[in-house]
Design a protein around this ligand. Structure first.
Ligand SMILES: *[C@@H]1O[C@H](CO)[C@@H](O)[C@H](O)[C@H]1NC(C)=O
Ligand SMILES: *[C@@H]1O[C@H](CO)[C@@H](O)[C@H](O)[C@H]1NC(C)=O
Ligand SMILES: *[C@@H]1O[C@H](CO)[C@@H](O)[C@H](O)[C@H]1NC(C)=O
Length: 670
């Protein structure tokens, strides 16, 4: 696109030149002489002297647009000279000493988690105590060098566990609970073939894919699901569905056969891509030059298909060389054997059935192909065999790319001695290296962070795999932007990270305001500062997307028991992906925690709401609610955007830097 623009400019210039040549070559020579003069007399001086002129600013803007992202970042690095100076210091300053510590200094005392003390969070306290004790032992091992890096100790064995191909018969597949493990994930060009037979439709009273008109109505349903799952990417959550491929032969609410495709990332379903037989429109985005949905014969276009069959034959008989299109029926039929091949392309997954292309699904999430470590096939189907081939031969942990990321450019600037406006604590997990890298390369490059007016750190607890912790320690020492909490990470203990963020923000950074985010949250740093500055100085504040009168779920997978939360309602609380507090509230939380009086609840955002409410009873807090702290994805002009994949993070950052006066845009691709 950029090249297109400059080409157009060149053509214009050409036109201009030829016209003036017609008129007078002398004028041209004169222009050239003046130009040479200007060059020798330093053009920047001319620019500087007229900063208000519009033409100048557009020239400058265009100039920087032409630079690569790297050049831009190299240019605005005001802290660089400081770094150079600090290298030459014989004695490290106080702030450098603080920085060299990568463990959280949150005061942990066995008494903090006394299970006998408070009824309402007994289990949480027990879990925290165990996790902390285990974690301390584990950390000591990592510190003492007992944990060997993966590369040395298990290199050979691990490459042995990365088979190039996998073959399973139907009965083997059943034995493995309909789940094939792909130990090292997929890579470009990997393909999986499933031979199966959809079962005949059966009556279902409460099908999830259809609407039942009356309570005892039944619907005939035949559908199956093939999923690529990320078995190792997250703990204490359902594995993400990297690709969900769901042919519905009978029973879909549209009453026609469809193929639905989707992804589920951090337990949130994306927008489904439904192929209903119409075929993709000509102007629709393609995936590796393949359409997303092929056309197939629909019940309601029988005449057309007869016609097309006739013309097909006719065209064959006449022997035309022109490409002839012919429509096939829906690729799956009840009790009819099919051979399906799923392959990983450059831009997405492609599905061929019985040798014909059926659907293509662009890669959506921030997951890499290596993350697709499981294939599940469930539903109304008998699987006869599964073959996977062209699988990667290297374990992703040995990925050499990781070391390429270790560039000085992404290191955190040293803490300033002066006052810090805002501290941003980002929750992350040991194995979320890609997510952290995307944050480092995107909004953490903001000039306010580069100049240490705003400080951002990741808060990570320990992983069950020892090598991950060793890598984490190296990463923390290199980038200087990770605070490690020495306890075993678990979903229920996220609330401890929030307390640690408050502690670090108050004690180490001494920031005026403290913000909490996630590693899939994109933060617009300057709009956060603007938002904070709207509240008169000196007031206590709590800013975010605030929920009022929410009630705990009392059933299902995410149930909250009465033991955990005895009250009927939650206090007003800001959604977890992005909220801000004034430091007085944060110090209150830390001191309550350290004097063992802080009530803890497994949902960190609700806990925060509870603590702020408690603080508010002695000193008024300004609650500021804004939907621009987006909980589900991204909206135009957002302050924070959530569920952003690493690719989206980089895209949002690029859009933010290039934006003119218009609204800030989202990035829709995953
Ligand atoms: C236990 O938690 C309740 C509920 O917030 C609180 O009122 C009470 O003071 C706590 N008890 C102790 C001993 O800390
Ligand atoms: C590979 O692991 C197995 C146990 O899982 C062990 O017996 C074997 O010695 C290992 N081989 C190598 C080369 O490390
Ligand atoms: C905060 O405290 C004030 C004064 O006590 C009260 O009127 C207000 O409702 C409280 N706000 C919340 C959100 O609890």
């Amino acid at each position: 696109m950029k090249r297109g623009k400059s080409d157009a400019k060149l053509y214009k210039l050409d036109g201009f030149v030829s016209k003036s040549r017609q008129k007078s070559v002398q004028i041209l020579i004169a222009v050239a002489v003046i130009y040479m003069l200007l060059v020798t007399l330093e053009i920047p001086f001319v620019f500087d002297s007229s900063p208000a002129s519009e033409t100048t600013t557009t020239t400058l803007a265009r100039f920087s647009e032409l630079q690569s992202e790297q050049d831009l970042q190299d240019k605005d690095a005001p802290t660089r000279p400081l770094n150079w100076v600090s290298h030459n210091f014989a004695h490290p300053t106080h702030s450098q000493l603080a920085e060299s510590k990568i463990l959280s200094t949150l005061g942990f005392h066995p008494k903090t988690f006394d299970p006998s003390k408070n009824e309402s969070s007994v289990d949480l306290h027990k879990a925290a105590k165990t996790a902390w004790e285990e974690g301390m032992k584990l950390w000591d091992e990592v510190q003492s060098g007992k944990v060997q890096p993966l590369e040395v100790s298990k290199l050979k064995n691990i490459s042995e566990t990365c088979p190039n191909s996998i073959t399973l018969s139907g009965s083997d597949f059943l034995k493995r609970s309909k789940l094939v493990e792909l130990p090292c994930g997929l890579t470009l060009g990997s393909h999986i073939t499933v031979v199966g037979k959809p079962r005949a439709a059966h009556a279902e009273k409460d099908p999830k894919i259809a609407l039942v008109k009356e309570a005892d109505d039944e619907v005939m349903v035949s559908q199956f699901i093939m999923e690529l799952q990320g078995l190792k990417t997250v703990e204490a959550e359902d594995p993400p569905r990297i690709l969900h491929f769901n042919p519905r032969l009978k029973g879909d609410w549209s009453t026609t056969p469809v193929i639905e495709q989707n992804t589920c990332y951090r337990m949130q379903w994306g927008t489904a891509l439904r192929c209903e037989g119409w075929g993709s429109k000509a102007d629709e985005e393609t995936v590796d030059d393949q359409v997303k949905c092929e056309k197939w014969i629909r019940d309601d276009d029988d005449d057309i298909s007869e016609e097309s069959k006739a013309t097909w034959w006719l065209n064959r008989l006449i022997g035309r060389t022109k490409r002839v299109t012919f429509d096939w029926p829906f690729p799956f039929a009840e009790e009819k054997m099919f051979v399906l091949t799923l392959s990983a392309g450059l831009e997405g997954y492609h599905v061929n059935v019985d040798g014909r292309h059926v659907t293509s699904f662009p890669y959506r999430t921030g997951f890499t192909l290596e993350d697709a470590t499981g294939l599940a096939v469930t539903g109304d189907i008998d699987v006869h065999s599964v073959f996977a081939a062209s699988l990667p031969s290297n374990h992703p942990s040995l990925s050499p790319q990781r070391h390429l990321q270790m560039s000085k450019r992404w290191k955190a600037p040293s803490l300033s001695v002066g006052s810090v406006e805002l501290f941003i604590g980002v929750l992350s997990a040991g194995n979320h290296f890609a997510e952290r890298m995307a944050v480092r390369k995107s909004w953490m490059q903001h000039r306010l962070i580069k100049s240490s007016n705003v400080v951002a750190r990741f808060f990570v607890a320990l992983h069950t795999r020892k090598e991950v912790n060793l890598e984490l320690k190296k990463e923390a020492e290199y980038f200087g932007d990770i605070v490690i909490l020495p306890y075993m990470d678990s979903y229920d203990l996220v609330v401890l990270k929030t307390v640690a963020i408050c502690e670090y923000g108050v004690r180490t950074v001494r920031a005026k305001y403290i913000m909490k985010g996630d590693d899939d949250t994109f933060v617009r740093v300057d709009s956060i500062i603007d938002e904070v500055n709207k509240v008169p100085a000196g007031r206590s504040l709590y800013i975010g997307n605030i929920n009022y009168y929410h009630k705990p779920l009392r059933y299902g997978k995410w149930e909250v028991t009465y033991e955990e939360w005895p009250e009927e309602d939650y206090p007003p609380y800001a959604n977890g992906p992005g909220y801000i507090l004034s430091s007085d509230i944060a110090s209150f939380i830390v001191s309550e925690f350290e004097s063992h009086k802080l009530r803890l609840f497994k949902m960190e955002d609700v806990s925060m709401g509870m603590w702020v409410e408690q603080f508010n009873s002695s000193r008024p807090v300004e609650y500021v609610h804004s939907l621009k702290f987006c909980q589900f994805g991204c909206i135009e002009d957002y302050y924070t955007a959530h569920y952003q994949s690493p690719r989206q993070m980089i895209c949002l950052w690029e859009k933010l830097q290039r934006r003119g006066r218009g609204a800030v845009q989202c990035c829709d691709m995953r």
